[in-house]
Design a protein around this ligand. Structure first.
Ligand SMILES: Cc1cc2nc3c(=O)[nH]c(=O)nc-3n(C[C@H](O)[C@H](O)[C@H](O)COP(=O)(O)OP(=O)(O)OC[C@H]3O[C@@H](n4cnc5c(N)ncnc54)[C@H](O)[C@@H]3O)c2cc1C
Ligand code: SF4
Ligand code: SF4
Ligand code: SF4
Length: 834
């Protein structure tokens, strides 16, 4: 027979495969066993030669197909097996390198290719002389089969490639692909904590992940339209620090951007910075005062955010700040090469212009606390976490050379001269450690040597990945898996740090691998200065700590009525946007408590007026974004920003990549290989439900919760088509599993009988089964008839109960189930008619 044999990627050998994975930042662990039970490349060459010979003799076709999936240790929580099989993105560079060695040894051998092919690389793969090309993992990603539409475009656009020498091209491509940003394992998992609901599941993951729920798709839309004032106002609705967050936000939103499963995450933070720096903005008008007064302790981002939203709602606000200037850590710790004074001052000025009064040099002690409490209706404690956690090891009483990171960063910001020496060691892996290290790098000059000692590995570092990357790019050395053991000194001055060598153990409560000492292995780092940056804790000396315990988790109101706490003072050292979000949410809680809520929600997305087809078309296309190169800016000048702003064309192009995930999702529909998830439309509505229950000997009917459908696009799962492969769960941006959590519909009586919970439409009657109880809903002349073993009811067309018989006196029957059955019944009917 004419034959292709499929080869395994293990042919490339342990070392080469592991090097490629490391180079691309994948934490995939390919065990030795994967190589042991596979044929080696030497042996494979003999097999190929012999099969080639047999094929020639018998006048048959013979070729190889690259490659199979690659066995790796299971580090995901999806399957229980110890091993799993790696395919897609990571396999592409590996398999291309297998193709290279096979091509170089067998110039005439037909090689078919299938690893991680997509629209972007199809032209390259063809130019490498690999064919036929098959595609699998690409069409199992969001966009699904529609992704294929883009292939011919790229093939045509790169038609000239086909004229190049294929073997030479393959060799070049194999080298370049391992350096390509698009194959980097940058983002781990796009799933969010959001609960998956039966209906109305569409939400933009960037919005749900942002602690302040900023309406990212809206300001992407306005930026793409070139309307910067609208973009800016959208940002301000949930965040009064656009310029600051445009520079230093830890941008959790980007870690869950739907674009990750296409190409790369949108540069959301950079677009925000572009908007903030380029907008011509109309000042907000200070509203009339509403007669209520709020005192805020701490003029950091949290206190000022709360002040801003309260002032906008008409409250009189006084903010008290210990230091001589507002801004908290933004003004006193975050270095000027990351956050410019202009950006910070611009954001603070806008807040002041609204009429927020900031009192500096005004430390609140216990007497002042009682006073401001008496004078205000509400009080917000936003004092941050001001005390550094020091290092507690032998030698920590040394006089010179052991610095507090906050004092160090503050002194440098104020322009004070600090003697660090040539060798500086920073302890810790968080943002403060990175800033201390990068600042020290700038101060110690070309000859200086700055090292970060961290007890886990780079992967587990809590610092923003971009900050770690920047620190390393600036020449800072990372000493991983090392814990400080002793500070060595001479004449009261630090000379070296003795360290324990660590290894990673089982995950701890934080989910990160626990660092464990390797007995007997120690080493010493020579150093002039040690800066331990292990985080901060709050210092509250004006009120009994016990009274600050939270009485209401949602509002963070403390044991003292009308006194709230938030930001780092509540969370411990966290992030700017969390502090801002706490400030906003506290303001909302106060507005609510003061009964001044006017019903305005900053979280309602705008209708972007894109048709269903346009939204789907966007979802079928790969459109890689830019990766700004900041290397030329890293001139190690403390005052110059180390990252540049996007240009207008970059910002517009980047924002146009947004998929507007708040308007449509359908990811589970497009990724299902079996077409088991189906979307249907519903006209949004809301309806008051009713509950019927026995009270004494009579059935009473009372109005109950509102049932509403807010989105017109909904999803159901067809039981008969679903083989529970879990692909929709992998890509659904919620914590749920669409095939399990969405309404399940059986197409046949047999499958309805076999399913545990779900719907079935038969001869115009919709059946619903749950816990082995089957109910039915059929339309009548005047409305609906609902029948079940426990309840028989007649409902009018608005689902108001006309008559009801309750056969089981213990139950309460709510009409919501009948409303849901009507929705699903209509959806299934539509499906049959399609
Ligand atoms: C070096 C460093 C780098 C960082 N980098 C980033 C980053 O890149 N991205 C990011 O998102 N986050 C970063 N953070 C964290 C971020 O700065 C904080 O999470 C944020 O500033 C917390 O805001 P806050 O308002 O709660 O507290 P703070 O910013 O600490 O502000 C609290 C304010 O309260 C004042 N105060 C304290 N006690 C009193 C009192 N008794 N009376 C009156 N005033 C008082 C303090 O002086 C201070 O000004 C960094 C933090 C540090 C230290
Ligand atoms: S594509 Fe746009 S809406 Fe979707 S997650 Fe990314 S930024 Fe948010
Ligand atoms: S689990 Fe079911 S619905 Fe989800 S992708 Fe697999 S077959 Fe489709
Ligand atoms: S993937 Fe499906 S179930 Fe998940 S949010 Fe999107 S539409 Fe809803």
């Amino acid at each position: 027979l004419h034959t292709f044999i499929k080869l395994n990627p293990t042919l490339l050998g342990k070392e080469r495969i592991r090097n490629i994975l490391k180079q691309l930042n994948f934490d995939t662990n390919v065990p030795d066993a994967a190589f042991e039970h596979d044929i080696t490349y030497d042996a494979a060459q003999n097999v190929i030669r012999s099969l080639q010979q047999i094929a020639r003799t018998n006048n048959l076709f013979f070729g190889v197909k690259l490659t199979n999936t690659l066995e790796s240790l299971n580090h995901k929580q999806v399957f229980s097996d110890e091993a799993m099989y790696m395919s897609g993105k990571a396999l592409h560079p590996i398999s291309i390198n297998v193709a290279r060695i096979v091509r170089n040894d067998f110039p005439d051998l037909p090689i078919s290719f299938c690893a991680g092919v997509n629209a972007l690389n199809i032209a390259d793969v063809l130019a490498c002389g690999l064919r036929p090309v098959t595609v699998c993992s690409d069409i199992l990603k969001p966009g699904g089969y529609a992704r294929l539409l883009q292939y011919p475009e790229y093939i045509e656009a790169n038609a000239t490639l086909r004229k190049t020498d294929a073997a030479a091209y393959l060799n070049r491509y194999a080298d370049s692909v391992t350096k390509n940003q698009l194959y980097q394992a940058r983002w781990k998992n796009i799933k969010t904590d959001r609960i998956l609901s039966e209906f109305d599941c569409i939400a933009a993951p960037c919005v749900t992940t942002c602690p302040s729920n900023q309406q990212v798709p809206d300001y992407m839309y306005w930026t793409a339209e070139g309307d910067l004032p609208q973009a800016f106002e959208t940002i301000l609705r949930t965040n009064p620090f656009p310029s600051v967050t445009g520079m230093v936000c830890d941008h959790l939103c980007q870690t869950k951007c739907t674009r990750i499963n296409y190409d790369n995450a949108l540069l959301i933070r950079d677009v925000k910075r572009y908007v903030a720096e380029n907008v011509i903005y109309r000042e907000l008008e200070a509203p009339e005062e509403n007669g209520k007064h709020v005192a805020i302790i701490g003029a950091g981002p949290s206190g000022l955010s709360c002040a801003y939203f309260l002032r906008l709602a008409g409250f009189a606000v006084d903010v008290y700040e210990t230091k001589a200037f507002p801004g908290g850590m933004l003004a006193d710790a975050i270095p000027l090469f990351r956050l410019s004074e202009e950006a910070l001052n611009g954001d603070i000025e806008r807040i002041k212009t609204l009429g927020v009064k900031i009192h500096t040099n005004a430390k609140i002690d216990s007497i002042a606390f009682e006073k401001i409490r008496r004078e205000s209706d509400y009080l917000y404690i936003a004092v941050g976490a001001q005390k550094s956690l020091g290092v507690s090891i032998p030698g920590d009483n040394v006089k010179t050379g052991l610095l507090d990171p906050l004092e160090f960063l503050s002194a440098v910001r104020r322009g004070q001269a600090i003697e660090l020496g040539r060798n500086i060691v920073i302890l810790g892996g968080g943002n403060t450690a990175m800033d201390a290290a990068r600042t020290a790098r700038r101060l110690s000059g070309k000859e200086g040597r700055v090292s970060i000692v961290y007890r886990r590995t780079r992967r587990e570092m809590p610092a923003d990945a971009d900050e770690v990357e920047a620190a390393l790019a600036e020449g800072i050395k990372l000493i991983e898996l090392a814990a400080p053991a002793e500070i060595l000194s001479e004449s009261g001055k630090v000379t070296a740090l003795r360290c324990f060598k660590m290894k990673l153990g089982q995950p701890d409560e934080s989910g990160r691998a626990r660092p464990e000492k390797i007995p007997g292995i120690e080493f010493t780092v020579t150093t002039d200065t040690i800066i331990p940056a292990f985080g901060q804790q709050r210092v509250v000396d004006f009120v009994d700590e016990k009274l600050l315990e939270i009485s209401n988790q949602d509002t963070r109101e403390t044991q003292i009525p009308n006194v709230y706490i938030g930001g780092d003072a509540f969370r411990g050292a966290a992030t700017v946007i969390k502090a801002i979000a706490d400030g906003r949410k506290t303001a909302e809680a106060i507005i609510e408590k003061a009964n001044l809520n006017n019903g305005f929600s900053p979280l309602k997305p705008i209708d972007k007026k894109l048709s269903h087809e346009e939204l789907h078309l966007k979802r079928s296309r790969i459109t890689p974004g830019i990766h700004p190169d900041n290397s030329t800016l890293r001139n190690l000048d403390y005052f110059s920003l180390s990252e540049r702003t996007l240009t207008e064309s970059e910002a517009v192009a980047e924002s146009k990549r947004c998929l507007y995930c708040d308007q449509l999702c359908d990811i589970c529909v497009t990724v299902c290989p079996n077409r088991a998830n189906v979307s249907y439309t519903v006209e949004p509505f809301e309806m008051r439900t009713q509950t019927a229950a026995f009270k004494k000997d009579e059935i009473q009917i009372f109005d109950d919760k509102i049932f509403k459908i807010e989105q017109s696009n909904q999803v159901l799962n067809i039981e008969d088509f679903c083989n529970e492969c879990g692909n929709c769960t992998t890509f659904c941006p919620t914590s749920g599993a669409p095939y399990r959590d969405k309404p399940k519909v059986a197409l046949t009586e047999k499958s309805f009988q076999a399913m545990e919970k779900g719907y079935f439409l038969n001869k115009g009657v919709l059946y619903y089964k749950e816990n082995d109880v089957v109910s039915s809903l059929r339309e009548s002349e005047k409305g609906f008839v609902f029948l079940s073993p426990d309840v028989d009811a007649e409902l009018d067309s608005a689902f108001t109960i006309k008559t009801v018989e309750i056969k089981n006196r213990d139950i309460k029957w709510n009409t919501a189930i009948a409303i849901k059955m009507k929705i699903i019944g209509d959806a299934v009917r539509d499906l049959y008619e399609r």
